[in-house]
Design a protein around this ligand. Structure first.
Ligand SMILES: Cc1ncc(COP(=O)(O)O)c(C=O)c1O
Length: 303
């Protein structure tokens, strides 16, 4: 450790790999592991992508201290930008629909980010439009990481998450399961794993319906498809239903003491399906964030 301690940005990545026992009784020869991404300083997997995009912008000279980091996210990426902006001395401006939860607004404001509200009725598309208008009006004022189309997002996982999984399993991983949002974590990690061993199977998980309650995940058939998405990397695509995903998240909390977010329930649902079709294997997934972030949604209110 360097004299004077570590900086918060150095704590991004190198998350623990947890053994998950939920399906062990039914499928004793299927080992399940999960990357516990809430151990990142901003509490989610998005710290990795945000840091990689910011550092890529710095290297290219696109992000300088006279520019403001701008994006239209109310979720984990916004929290990551706000934290990293504060740590690195950049101003951060986040456009959010006016109806996002008070928890979100307070969290990014706590890191000193400026929040601009777009019309709540226009949802996330309205926020994206507002960011584009702001950039068009003052193009030299802003750095726009554009996580859906920025290759540095997936590269964060190619260089980080994928490499760590190979190290932490001693290369024993046979199946990789992850949810799709921007698709960065699935694409970057699957690419790294398949480069190491092309027989590793990658299973992509989306909500099973456009109207879902799996925060952080996208139903691609009814969404704008991210520019970084590479469908060739997915050996299988599974559609997770909302309520059964919630049930698995609750079971995990009660039986293993691991409190996770909505999208972790969805990957658990997919792993249970997968485990029933394979006799043995070493399955690794990503748990993008923890459950305390979702208490107000009622995820853990029911038995
Ligand atoms: C809670 C949660 N789960 C899953 C994802 C999906 O990750 P990615 O954007 O890398 O596809 C995200 C991304 O925002 C998220 O916030």
């Amino acid at each position: 450790m360097p004299a004077g301690g570590r900086t918060i940005t150095e704590l991004v990545g190198n998350t623990p790999l947890l053994r998950i026992h939920l399906f062990e009784e039914r499928f004793p020869d299927v080992e399940v592991y999960a990357k516990a991404e809430w151990f990142n300083p901003g509490g989610s997997v998005k710290d990795r992508a945000a840091l990689a995009m910011i550092e890529d912008g710095e290297r290219r000279g696109l992000l300088t201290h006279d520019r403001v980091i701008v994006d239209s996210t109310s979720g984990n990426t916004g929290i990551a930008y706000a934290l990293l902006g504060a740590a690195k001395g950049y101003r951060v401006r986040l456009v959010m629909p006016s109806n996002v939860s008070d928890e979100r607004k307070q969290l990014v404001a706590a890191y000193g980010a400026e929040v601009v509200f777009s019309d709540g009725m226009e949802g996330s598309d309205g926020a994206i439009r507002m960011v584009r208008e702001m950039i068009a009006a003052e193009p030299d004022c802003y750095f726009y990481p554009d996580q859906y189309n920025n290759p540095a997002n997936a590269l964060a996982h190619y260089n980080g998450t994928g490499r760590e999984i190979l190290q932490q399993t001693g290369g024993r991983v046979t199946h990789f399961v992850a949810g799709l949002g921007t698709t960065g974590s699935f694409v970057g990690t699957a690419r790294r794993l398949k480069e190491h061993d092309p027989t590793i199977q990658a299973i992509a998980v989306q909500p099973d319906d456009a109207f879902h309650g799996l925060e952080g995940l996208k139903h691609l058939p009814t969404s704008i498809v991210p520019g970084i998405w590479d469908p060739a990397l997915a050996d299988e695509n599974l559609g997770a239903p909302t309520e059964p995903s919630y049930v698995l998240a609750r079971r995990l909390a009660r039986s293993e003491g691991i409190l996770v977010g909505h999208s972790c329930g969805a990957v658990l649902w997919a792993i249970e399906k997968l485990a029933a079709t394979i006799e043995r294997g070493v399955v690794v997934t990503i748990f993008p964030d923890g459950g305390d972030r979702y208490l107000s949604t009622g995820l853990y209110r029911r038995a």
